[in-house]
Design a protein around this ligand. Structure first.
Ligand code: GDD
Ligand code: MG
Length: 331
């Protein structure tokens, strides 16, 4: 069975970390984000098609050379690059020629969870659904960040029929429930023909609503679930997965320096009497002596000389091809 991993967003909410790396390779508690997604794949999945565009080469190189892991999980990886971002459904259409199974998974690459995709596959098959999405219940205030379903009846297969789908409601009051698209779904072959080729298409806005009359279901998932889409949620995910996690290898903390509620990549140094709080540091960052950083995101290789609060710290030019504003998922 095939799984498509949607890994082509620019990750603008995580800039400047995503200036130098594709979002799926940013570390979450010391492991590339995409590894947490691959962990969830059930044994039925033997082929993984990764739909990429920004920093495609880096992601391709990583997947070809996963140390010792690719051999162990015996899966085939196919990296499909889009010349231009095609949106979440356009990317699926672009992978069509590599799909071999009738049912296939589509997974967002930025979800850290313990969802049971094997159980979802069983329920999807038993319900004979055309599409089944993993559902997570979130607090009402959070629904505006996600796709929200209007639930119908519970089926004997353990799924819930979906009667409406609202992507990112403007106001919580406009959301039909607190059940959101958890960024993992199963689709049947015939859904592919609903997606026009070669253009930007949003799965959530343009395709999901068309599935409702055809048998569109949801499957509730338990346990921790975090969309690692912005710095706060990245910190949250790191600390949920490993309460003691602070930094990657070769981290140096100077005398009287503090590093609280923050995470750092490889080879970072926080010099004497510096204080770092609520920050995300990329690889090879140095925070100079006595500097206070609060709620900042610091790009790879930066040397931070001045104190700052709520800043994105990047002193080099923004790389060519990186968008000036948030692109999101073709919404
Ligand atoms: N290949 C490709 N091409 N991938 C893309 C593109 C594209 O043009 N645009 C976005 N993606 C990938 C992103 O890399 C990410 O893994 C996934 O698609 C979802 O995009 P996000 O930009 O992270 O969307 P979101 O978090 O705002 O919303 C989505 O996820 C929520 C759950 O976290 C939607 O699917 C919501 O309905 C959902 O609730
Ligand atoms: Mg996301």
């Amino acid at each position: 069975m095939d799984a498509i991993i949607l890994a082509g967003g620019y990750g603008t909410r995580l800039r400047p970390l995503t200036y130098t790396r594709p979002k799926p390779l940013l570390p979450v508690a010391g492991r590339p984000m995409i590894e947490w997604v691959l962990d969830r794949l059930p044994p039925e999945v033997s082929r993984v098609i990764v739909a990429v565009n920004w920093k495609a080469q880096a992601l391709g190189a990583y997947l070809q050379n996963r140390p010792g892991k690719a051999a162990r999980d015996r899966r085939t990886f196919i990296v499909v690059k889009e010349d231009e971002p095609l949106g979440t459904a356009g990317a699926v259409k672009n992978c069509e020629k590599f799909l071999t199974s009738d049912s296939f998974f589509v997974l967002n690459a930025d979800i850290v969870s313990r969802m049971d995709l094997g159980a979802m596959l069983k329920a999807h098959r038993a319900a004979r659904a055309v599409g089944t999405i993993a559902l997570k219940e979130v607090p009402l205030a959070d629904v505006v960040n996600f796709g929200v379903i209007q639930p119908g009846a519970t089926t004997p297969a353990g799924t819930t029929t979906i009667q409406g789908f609202v992507e990112k409601p403007k106001d919580p009051a406009l959301a039909p429930s607190r059940l959101i698209n958890a960024g993992a779904y199963l689709l049947e072959r015939r859904v592919r023909s609903l997606i026009p080729a070669g253009k930007m298409v949003s799965m959530e806005k343009e395709i999901f609503p068309q599935l409702i009359p055809q048998g569109f279901h949801g499957f509730g998932i338990d346990g921790p679930w975090i969309d690692v889409g912005d710095p706060k949620r990245l910190l949250d995910a790191c600390h949920t997965l490993d309460a003691h996690f602070k930094a990657g290898p070769e981290f140096r903390l100077g005398d009287h320096a503090t590093f609280t509620g923050s995470v750092a990549g490889k080879g970072c140094t926080v010099r004497a009497s510096a204080h770092v709080e609520g920050c995300v540091l990329g690889d090879g960052v140095t925070v100079d002596t006595g500097v206070h950083l609060k709620d900042c995101v610091v790009g790879d290789g930066e040397f931070v000389r001045d104190s700052a609060t709520a800043q994105r710290i990047w002193t080099k030019p923004v790389p060519a091809g990186y968008p000036a504003s948030q692109v999101g998922n073709a919404l």
